[in-house]
Design a binder for this molecule. Structure first.
Ligand SMILES: [Zn+2]
Ligand SMILES: [Zn+2]
Length: 622
């Protein structure tokens, strides 16, 4: 579909010549027209800018129309505009949105107040219920995919409503003011000033804290949506702009920057240029993910299995599922069969073994029920095969060695079931080792005698040893005794956040020397001492630090989603693309990003599997 849109756009561009009213052509013969059309092919080398969807309003007989000023502004800023037909066909809209790199929500009628749970007042203007649904669906679909979003006028108000904010239905009666927000002057002319919040994204885009804008509205934002902030006000305190904060690419303004751009304003053009720049990075990230292998090495999604009717193939509220993986462009996940640490008598140990076995079987049945869209993977080759079929790969791990009880034979049984890593312990000591939990008195001083046997057996079986949650002395015992590289599937760095589950610089250096990898985890209290302030930026700072200390070949990503992981901007598998766009913005190359997203972890997995005892390698093909 992209190709068709692309061709359609570049013809449009040439005929339009980049001006709004010059849609007049002097061509009247097919030869000349075909020649002009074919000249587009040279653009394959010099690509046009990212594909920017523009929402339409309803014209006669259910048609779709967009004022030329929006198209002009996108073209002038270097984007490729695409008008999205007004319709309520969800599947078609989703397909269209999936092909976009950016989305602009345009101006128009009033918003139906029922969407923010208010009754309409008398002064409410025209409401187009078809367009409300179409617009709100577009916003949700774009936001789910983290497609950069720019809202203008009604578009700004709708974005606020879509994320849980409310509106004044009519400014004159509900928020009276000396300033007119409905100017008679033309769109190209500003009529009142706005003051922009210092330090906001908008301030940095415009490079100024106060400027003049045009004004054509009688509705305005009343209560700003959660996770958004107001970043511009009119002199009468009317909200003039909001942005998603932090970590998301959503900016919305009450005025009409495209109208000012049409009049030659270059300040307002900066908003469109910023939007196109963000969209270009988004496009790069999407394309990069086609070429690399990406994996999240720790998801606690099996905890959801206890919920009746849970289906990993459906887009549910939880953080990890197949549709969200597709939105976030993630190829593979490790589902952790987790068992909480309990008593260590024989009966309890057997229960732990049963629990892990039950969860692994649960993973298999989830995958079986969704065999059209995903499959179980044990090796990198399995993942490559699944990716080539357009399917997502599900790897299996065990969290907490409690799940093998005291019977080492359980390890080969789990290995035969496709388990690829085991986290030695959780937040308490167990029969294998001491936990990292600082509030627990250490029992073994590292690995127990049984723990040493477990390390040896995991090496023999070709199963990766995971030291997330393991105490410092356990870490050092494991690194000394394991013949194979080891990993931390979900840990951050202690230098930036002093928590026991995080690795010290010394540990990361040892891990790198051993060939292993630290999979950095976006869990709020492990990346910021003030967990309420934890952000995507914090997470990226931990990645930067790990790369600086351990080296680019020893860092990856493990979310701990559905088990406590997630901060604004990375709050589900659909947000994984945000990590990629942010890494690109921080100057990481495609090769480096490929290593972080999977290259490093899969190197460890393949090394450990290749190091398995030959007899194991033979018997594992069950
Ligand atoms: Zn977990
Ligand atoms: Zn954990």
């Amino acid at each position: 579909m992209n190709k068709i849109l692309f061709t359609a756009c570049c013809v449009g561009l040439l005929l339009l010549g980049g001006t709004i009213n010059a849609q007049v052509s002097t061509i009247t013969n097919l030869e000349e027209l075909n020649q002009l059309t074919d000249s587009c092919s040279t653009l394959l080398q010099t690509r046009r800018g990212p594909c920017i969807g523009i929402s339409a309003s309803q014209s006669g007989e259910g048609g779709s129309s967009v004022p030329g000023t929006y198209i002009h502004a996108v073209l002038k800023a270097g984007g490729t505009p695409v008008i999205i037909p007004l319709m309520n066909n969800v599947a078609t809209l989703r397909e269209i949105v999936a092909g976009l790199d950016g989305l602009i929500m345009t101006g128009g009628e009033d918003v139906n107040p029922r969407f923010y749970k208010e009754q309409p007042i008398e002064q409410l203007g025209d409401v187009d219920s078809v367009r409300d649904v179409y617009d709100l669906m577009l916003i949700k679909m774009a936001a789910d995919r983290n497609i950069p979003l720019l809202g203008i006028c009604r578009g700004e108000q709708l974005i606020n409503v879509a994320f849980g904010g409310s509106l004044y239905q009519d400014i004159p009666s509900q928020h009276p003011s000396a300033i007119t927000h409905r100017q008679n002057e033309p769109k190209e002319q500003g009529t009142h000033t706005v003051t922009v919040l210092t330090g906001s994204l908008l301030a940095s885009v415009i490079g100024d804290n106060t400027f003049s804008v045009n004004s054509f509205h009688h509705q305005a934002i009343k209560k700003v949506a959660p996770n958004f902030r107001v970043v511009a006000w009119a002199p009468d305190s009317t909200v003039e702009a909001i942005e998603a904060y932090p970590g998301r690419s959503i900016l919305a303004v009450q005025w009409h920057p495209e109208g000012l751009v049409a009049g030659g304003d270059t300040t307002m053009l900066k908003i469109f240029k910023y939007m196109i720049h963000k969209s270009e990075t988004y496009r790069k990230a999407k394309e990069l993910h086609q070429r690399i292998l990406s994996v999240d090495t720790h998801c606690d999604t099996p905890l959801e299995f206890r919920r009746a009717g849970f289906n990993i193939g459906e887009r549910e509220e939880n953080q990890v599922n197949i549709p969200k993986m597709e939105e976030g462009k993630l190829d593979a996940i490790f589902l952790a069969a987790y068992v909480g640490q309990g008593p260590r008598d024989n009966e309890s140990l057997q229960k732990a073994v049963d629990r892990v076995t039950f969860l692994i079987n649960g993973i298999y049945s989830q995958v079986k029920n969704n065999s059209e869209t995903c499959g179980i993977a044990r090796t990198v080759a399995d993942l490559q095969q699944l990716k080539s079929e357009g399917k997502k790969a599900i790897f299996i791990g065990i969290e907490n060695g409690y799940g093998i009880g005291k019977d080492i034979a359980n390890l080969s049984r789990y290995k035969a079931m496709g388990v690829n890593y085991m986290t030695l312990c959780h937040t308490k000591n167990n029969d294998i080792c001491d936990t990292s939990n600082r509030s627990i008195v250490k029992e073994w001083g590292g690995l127990s005698p049984f723990g040493y046997k477990v390390v040896k057996e995991m090496n023999r079986l070709g199963m990766v040893i995971d030291i997330s949650h393991a105490g410092d002395s356990t870490f050092w015992d494991v690194i000394k005794s394991s013949k194979q590289p080891i990993v931390a599937t979900h840990s951050a760095t202690r230098a930036l956040c002093n928590r026991d589950r995080n690795l010290t610089d010394q540990q990361m250096k040892a891990l790198a020397k051993n060939g292993g990898v630290i999979q950095v985890c976006p869990l709020d209290e492990y990346i910021n001492a003030n967990k309420n302030k934890a952000s995507l930026e914090d997470f990226l700072n931990h990645i930067d630090h790990a790369v600086k200390v351990a080296g680019i070949d020893h860092v990856g990503i493990g979310s701990d989603f559905d088990g406590g992981g997630g901060v604004p901007g990375i709050n589900g598998t659909n947000d994984m693309i945000n990590i990629t766009t942010s890494l690109l913005e921080r100057g990481y190359t495609e090769e480096e990003i490929g290593k972080i997203w999977g290259g490093n972890f899969f190197r460890v997995l393949s090394t450990v599997q290749a190091g398995a005892d030959k007899s194991v390698a033979k018997s594992k093909k069950i």
